[in-house]
Design a binder for this molecule. Structure first.
Ligand code: URA
Ligand code: CA
Length: 433
């Protein structure tokens, strides 16, 4: 087999075989196929697309390029949840203990944040003592005993994807649906879950800027998941504005605690119930979505969900007293209000730019090596559709520096007050086929 023939086939819009795709991915992973040939291949995929079968072969080849995590020692159906990216997305922090509290096994491997998006692992590290690096056997033991553990991505997960993603970044081939779908699903499949719930976000803060692209990506990933023998479903959710009110790390832990008490922001609570119900049904702990939602609501009302969060924090070495006393979380030196310049209705809060504003404060990283300041972030006092009077605070800046003129400028440029504005639809669609 010759790489040039495979590239030519894709260039001429033919369908590749599993052998050809395996040859390409194996050769690129071990270094025998050079970047220039892979670049040409990626660009031909960008223009000519792939069939579901081709995308599935690509996904499986990439997932098998490194460690395949074996979670078979964990009893029951392991359900994973993945978001394609958001700003202030506190859902995983709430879902992990909540879904575990009704008996589903949550073995969650999460990532760190980069740029305008935050990462669940960073947020959990805002809890004093919390350990995210746990050995595999300990991880499995915790999920078996406690139904929940959250860890950073361990081992050598889908190295082919790592290498290809870096190449896509510099060859203008990132925004290709077959390449995004296979990239995400290869990591999900390698991390060992039996069932996968995908939150495909759409809007300014997301990878997919419009609904049609988000739909295509969601349908594609659901079909790949099924072909790869993983129960998979997706929701398409709005990420035109940040989710909930808090954007940061310690402040999002506080927001998650409120949500687990049933007292979180309305949009966050709705996301939690919709995604959580799907997870509980996939884990076969309820027969219907209605039953699942009721179980979750009852767990919150009885305090069971909050107790599970405390248990999860203790299990991973953290100080669980932060749940009853969130003032023990890292606190900022300054709280600075950003007053509305006029009266009206909030019509737009540009999610990714607000994420950038939080990053400027130190809540996120510009490069992988940047440190995080857990104490800082933003609190949105107003969301799209809310009325506001001149002088009222739009945002509270939680900062460790006194001069935040740069942050205020970004916020004013990206929060629009008009005569009218409407709360966006939060969940556009639920896709199971
Ligand atoms: N996230 C991924 O992991 N891969 C992509 O290609 C895009 C988003
Ligand atoms: Ca939030």
């Amino acid at each position: 087999m010759r790489v040039v023939d495979i590239i030519q086939k894709k260039r001429d819009q033919s369908v590749l075989s599993q052998e050809e795709i395996n040859f390409l991915i194996d050769g690129y992973t071990d270094g025998s196929i050079p970047d220039y040939q892979m670049s040409a291949f990626l660009m031909s995929v960008f223009f000519n697309d792939m069939t579901d079968e081709e995308i599935t072969y690509l996904t499986m080849a990439m997932s098998q390029s490194g460690d395949m995590i074996d979670l078979s020692e964990i009893e029951g159906i392991k359900v994973d949840k993945h978001s394609t990216g958001g700003v202030g997305d506190t859902t995983t922090l709430v879902l992990a203990p909540l879904v575990a509290s009704v008996g589903a096994a949550v073995a969650k491997m999460s990532g760190r944040g980069l740029g305008h998006t935050g990462g669940t692992i960073d947020k959990l590290e805002a809890i004093p003592g919390f350990q995210v690096e746990i050995p595999n056997d300990e991880f499995i033991k915790l999920v078996n005993e406690s139904h929940v553990a959250v860890t950073g991505q361990s081992g050598d997960l889908a190295p082919a994807d790592k290498k290809i993603y870096a190449l896509r970044d510099v060859t203008a081939t990132v925004d290709s649906i077959p390449l995004i779908a296979s990239s995400i699903m290869s990591k999900k499949i390698a991390s060992g879950a039996d069932a996968i719930v995908l939150d495909v976000t759409t809007g300014d803060g997301a990878f997919m800027k419009n609904l049609a692209d988000a739909e295509r990506l969601a349908h594609t990933m659901v079909r790949i998941g099924k072909l790869a023998n993983r129960q998979t479903m997706a929701i398409i959710s709005d990420m035109s504005q940040p989710l909930g009110n808090a954007i940061g790390n310690a402040n999002e832990i506080k927001e998650a605690i409120d949500a687990l008490k049933g007292d979180g922001p309305a949009d966050l609570m709705e996301m939690v119930y919709v995604l959580g119900s799907q997870m509980v049904v996939l884990a076969k702990k309820a027969d219907s979505l209605e039953e699942a939602r009721k179980m979750l609501e009852e767990s919150i009302a009885s305090g069971q969900a909050l107790d599970k969060f405390k248990e999860m924090i203790r299990n991973q070495g953290g100080d669980d007293s932060v749940v009853d006393d969130p003032s023990k979380l890292p606190q900022p030196a300054y709280l600075i209000e950003v007053p509305a310049k006029r009266s009206g209705v909030i019509s737009k809060i540009v999610a990714d730019q607000v994420g950038v504003a939080a990053m400027l404060l130190g809540a996120g990283r510009r490069t992988k090596e940047d440190p995080i300041d857990y104490a800082v972030g933003l609190y949105l006092n107003k969301k799209v559709g809310d009325a506001v009077t001149e002088g009222e605070s739009l945002v509270t800046i939680q900062s460790n520096r006194e001069d935040v003129a740069d942050v205020i400028e970004v916020l004013y440029n990206n929060i629009t007050i008009s005569e009218q504005g409407e709360e966006p639809t939060l969940i556009h669609e639920i896709i199971t086929e």
